[in-house]
Design a protein around this ligand. Structure first.
Ligand code: SAH
Ligand code: SF4
Length: 359
């Protein structure tokens, strides 16, 4: 345990009780603490000026709070901000803020590395190092709000949306992701509603029903191929849960009439033919869906290339003619390697260090 961030109210109340808060004050103190953590963005117990000094000291002793630190912050020419965040054990993950004229999304990581190895994904070339704790997921939001000056100050929020699309497969760290998103959705704190949160999964089918039951956020599915043969290669988790099973889970998801997003990375001459677009239309028939076409973002060492723009357009037109919205995702923050699938960091740095040490 590395502090109060990530604990739910019941847990915080327990810690407050052991720190000496009498039963009749527990609710009030829990709410105060919650407000400091998630509405006002306190960086330490000391900053919580309306908690008695003795209580602040007791908390610091019983629940020592080590915040992750920002080891690097990069700002792209398009306004995208990428943070490299160092956890208390030295592990690092990335979070990316993507501003739009009327909203701003923070792309957060759920794991250090990833157990899966999708062949076109940079994170996938790095092994799983570990799951992030709930607090480490929430801290990504707090760090972004710190940088953006985005705490409760009467101004419109800059960070309005969350996408769980950073490093890692969120449904392989589901308990912590769920705890973190519940905190993010809490109206007395960070206050980002489930309608503004999108969870992206490569297709961990048994967990999709649980997300529908527990969180009901928006869902994005990394489909990327229309045959099991190709998807087995691109998204190897498909060997465990195939396209038919994945789509059945999506059909059963309580989407409240809002479309489920299917992500489809455009890989030159791999998955981008007209015939594949038509097959995609056939697969999606019968439930509200939207297809997000993602131009492949190259990274050092990859053998894949991005489909030409004309090809992406033609693919999109087939989907649109069939009635499916199919926006092409504009790559953001490419100049700082912050675009989808480019997050890697840890092993890259390790490699750089090894090379430097050997020299
Ligand atoms: N593990 C989850 C979420 C993180 S990946 C998942 O796979 O859905 C977020 C999105 O980026 C996924 O749709 C993923 O397939 C896509 N992606 C990965 N590498 C990419 C790349 N090099 N170019 C474009 N998109 C990529
Ligand atoms: Fe992991 Fe998602 Fe990358 Fe696949 S695309 S390796 S699931 S982070």
């Amino acid at each position: 345990m590395s502090g109060p961030v990530g604990l739910d109210r019941a847990n915080l109340a327990e810690h407050l009780a052991t720190a000496g808060v009498p039963e009749r004050q527990l609710r009030m103190r829990t709410n105060q603490l919650w407000g400091w953590l998630y509405r006002r963005g306190a960086a330490s117990y000391d900053a919580m000026s309306d908690l008695p000094a003795g209580l602040r000291r007791a908390l610091a002793e019983r629940l020592p709070w080590q915040r992750p630190t920002v080891s690097e912050q990069q700002v792209s020419s398009d306004g995208t901000i990428k943070w490299l965040i160092r956890m208390h054990d030295g592990r690092e993950v990335e979070a990316v803020y993507i501003p739009e004229p009327d909203r701003g999304a923070l792309c957060i990581s759920s794991q250090v590395g990833c157990t899966l190895s999708c062949t076109f994904c940079h994170t996938g070339t790095m092994q799983l190092v570990r799951n992030l704790a709930a607090g480490e997921i929430v801290e990504q939001l707090r760090i972004a709000r710190d940088t953006l000056g985005d705490w409760d100050d009467g101004q419109p929020r800059r960070l309005t949306n969350i996408v769980v699309m950073g490093m890692g497969e969120p449904l392989f760290n589901y308990d912590n992701v769920r705890a973190a998103l519940r905190i993010a959705m809490d109206g007395e704190g960070i206050g980002i509603s489930r309608r503004r949160i999108t969870l992206s999964t490569s297709g961990v089918v048994p967990r999709i029903g649980e997300v529908g039951h527990d969180l009901r956020t928006k869902l994005a599915i990394s489909l990327h191929a229309v045959t099991d043969e190709l998807r087995d290669v691109l998204v190897p988790v498909n060997k465990k849960w195939n396209i038919a099973e994945l789509l059945a889970a999506c059909r059963a998801y309580p989407h409240d009439g809002r479309p489920i997003t299917f992500e489809y990375v455009m890989l030159d001459q791999i998955n981008d033919s007209d015939a594949e677009a038509r097959e995609l239309v056939r697969l999606l028939q019968g439930f509200p869906a939207k297809v997000n076409l993602i131009p492949f973002n190259p990274w050092p060492g990859t053998n894949y290339g991005c489909s030409p723009w004309k090809r992406i357009d033609a693919f999109a037109r087939i989907l649109e003619d069939a009635g499916y919205a199919s926006p092409v995702r504009r790559p953001r923050g490419r100049d700082i390697l912050a675009a989808c699938g480019q997050l890697k960091t840890q092993s890259e740095r390790a490699r750089r260090e090894r090379v430097a040490n050997a020299a």
